[in-house]
Design a protein around this ligand. Sequence first.
Ligand SMILES: Nc1ncnc2c1ncn2[C@@H]1O[C@H](COP(=O)(O)OP(=O)(O)OP(=O)(O)O)[C@@H](O)[C@H]1O
Ligand SMILES: [Mg+2]
Length: 119
Amino acid sequence: MVSFSAGQEAARRLLEGPQRYTCLAGVTRSGKTFLIVRAIVMRALQEKNFRHAILRFRANAARASIALGTLPQVVQLCFPGMPLKEHRQDGYFALQNGSRIWIGGLDDKDRVEKILGLE
Ligand SMILES: Nc1ncnc2c1ncn2[C@@H]1O[C@H](COP(=O)(O)OP(=O)(O)OP(=O)(O)O)[C@@H](O)[C@H]1O
Ligand SMILES: [Mg+2]
């Protein structure tokens, strides 16, 4: 069972708002990425065949920190037992309902083009 810090709790409520863009600011290791990744997984679970992208400046940093770090931690703590299949060649994770979460970097032009080509 996951619990949140007071700052994360405030940010969690903020992420439920109607706004299109949200920027979280906080000290390092305060759980910003964890909370945003959790919100993205929740959205992906809500609708079938939804597509999401998590982008960092560099693709290798995105893979190391998100694909191999935060995302598995979020699944383990917030969605235990949820199947998540990695399609590493294509750069995304697939949920059982057909929703996908792409993880990429803006330094990789071909990959950006591929992701943007999917809307
Ligand atoms: N509510 C929580 N319960 C358990 N672990 C958590 C929680 N929130 C964050 N963590 C873990 O704490 C660590 C730091 O969190 P995270 O990477 O989200 O911080 P951050 O604010 O994005 O840091 P940075 O500014 O350095 O990117 C990670 O290992 C993350 O999985
Ligand atoms: Mg972070």
